[in-house]
Write a protein that binds this ligand. Structure first.
Ligand code: ARG
Length: 344
C-alpha cells in the first residue's frame, strides 16, 4: 500500500506548487551559503545535486526546502543550520536530513533504527557528588511534540492555541510532587516574567536562529511555562518544541532528577500522543533533538580543569560533553552538557 507521507508520486504532484518567489529565494540562499565560509553541516551537505532534487518538494503541511534551510542561510555561523518545519520533513527532505543526522549523531546511518523507548533504571544513576563539593545543580530535559501537528514555521495561530489547550489539560491531571500551575506568557506581568528568566526557569524571546527559522510567529500566543510547587519540574510550552519537559534541582542527585523526569513524561504520555518515527525516534523541530531527545547537564565547580578551558573542552569532547562557561557567577563554574544521541 502507498504510504502517503513517503510516496514519491505525491512529492512530484506537489512539485509544480512551489511558488516562484520561494524558488528565487532558495537559489539566492543557496548561492549565499556556498560563497560563505559557514562551518554549518547545512553548507557541508547541501550539494547542488541535493539542492536541485529537493527545491521543488513540499510536505502535505505545505512546508518547503526554504523552511528547512532559512535559519542556516541567515545565520552563517550556525553549527547545524536546518530545522524540520513538520514531522514529514524528515522523510520528504531525507537527502539533506540523513547525512546531517549521521554526522551529528555519531554515525547513525540511514538504515539504522533507534531502539524502542527504554528509560532504564533511574535508581541506578545515583548521586554524582555525595560530598556536595562540586556539583551545584543537575538538570535533565527532553523534547516532545504532539502527533498530528506541524512544527513552528508551519503552525497556524490556531495550532498554538490547540496545543496549549491539550497540554494544559494534561498538566491538570498530574499528581503529587508534579502538581503545579501553568503560567501563560500572554498577560504575564513583566516583573513575574523577569524573575522566572533570572531564576533560569523561563526561556527568553528572540533567539536569532529560531527567529530566522520562523519559529517565533504569533509570539506570545500559546507559549507558557508549567511549574510544580517546589520548582523541580517544569514544562515549556511552544518555545522551540511543542513541549520541553525539564527536571532539575540543586546538588548532584542525578537518580532523583532523572526518576522525576521519567515519571513526568510517563504521566503526560497517558493523556497526550507524542510524535515518533520508528527509525529516528521522537521527532522535534531541530535534528539535534531526536531519539530520546534527552539531554542531561550539571552545573559544576571544577577549578583545576577550568583553569585551562581549551584542554577541559578537549577532555569533555572525548565523553560527548559540551562545556558552557558560566559568566554570571564569581566562581569558575561550567555547565557540562551530555548531548542527546541516536543509538543503533
Ligand atoms: N540552529 C542552531 C545551529 O545550527 C542551533 C542548533 C542547536 N540548538 C538548538 N537549540 N536546537 O547552530
Amino acid at each position: 500500500m502507498c504510504d502517503k507521507r513517503l510516496c514519491s508520486c505525491r512529492q512530484k504532484s506537489a512539485a509544480s506548487n512551489v511558488d516562484p518567489e520561494i524558488l528565487r529565494k532558495l537559489e539566492e540562499g543557496y548561492k549565499l551559503l556556498k560563497n560563505s565560509d559557514s562551518p554549518s553541516l547545512l553548507k557541508k551537505y547541501l550539494t547542488r545535486d541535493v539542492f536541485d532534487k529537493l527545491k521543488k518538494r513540499k510536505t502535505s503541511y505545505g512546508s518547503t526546502l526554504l523552511h528547512v534551510i532559512q535559519s542556516g542561510v541567515e545565520n552563517l555561523d550556525s553549527g547545524i543550520g536546518i530545522y524540520a518545519p513538520d514531522p514529514e520533513a524528515y522523510t520528504v527532505f531525507a537527502e539533506l536530513f540523513d547525512p546531517i543526522i549521521e554526522d551529528y549523531h555519531g554515525g547513525f546511518g540511514p538504515d539504522d533504527i533507534h531502539p524502542l523507548p527504554d528509560w532504564g533504571k533511574p535508581a541506578d544513576m545515583g548521586n554524582l557528588d555525595p560530598s556536595g563539593n562540586y556539583v551545584i545543580s543537575t538538570r535533565v530535559r527532553t523534547g516532545r511534540s504532539l502527533a498530528g501537528y506541524p512544527f513552528n514555521p508551519s503552525m497556524s495561530e490556531t495550532h498554538y492555541y490547540e496545543i496549549e489547550n491539550k497540554v494544559t489539560d494534561a498538566f491538570g491531571k498530574l499528581e503529587d510532587d508534579l502538581k503545579g500551575q501553568y503560567y501563560p506568557l500572554v498577560g504575564m506581568e513583566k516583573d513575574v516574567q523577569k524573575k522566572l528568566i533570572d531564576d533560569h526557569f523561563l526561556f527568553k524571546e528572540g533567539d536569532r536562529f529560531l527567529q530566522s527559522a520562523e519559529a517565533c510567529k504569533y509570539w506570545p500566543t500559546g507559549r507558557g511555562i508549567y511549574l510544580n510547587q517546589s520548582k523541580t519540574f517544569l514544562v515549556w510550552c511552544n518555545e522551540e518544541d511543542h513541549l520541553r519537559i525539564i527536571s532539575m534541582q540543586e546538588g548532584g542527585d542525578l537518580g532523583e532528577v532523572y526518576a522525576r523526569l521519567v515519571r513526568a513524561v510517563t504521566a503526560l504520555e497517558r493523556n497526550l500522543k507524542f510524535s515518533r518515527n520508528e527509525r529516528i525516534g521522537y521527532l522535534n523541530f531541530c535534528p539535534t533533538n531526536l531519539g530520546s531527545a534527552v539531554r542531561a547537564s550539571v552545573h559544576v565547580k571544577l577549578p583545576k580543569l577550568s583553569a585551562n578551558l581549551g584542554r577541559f573542552e578537549e577532555i569533555a569532547g572525548m565523553y560527548n560533553l559540551q562545556v558552557h562557561r558560566n559568566r554570571n557567577t564569581p566562581e569558575l563554574c561550567v555547565r557540562l552538557n551530555m548531548l542527546p544521541v541516536l543509538r543503533t
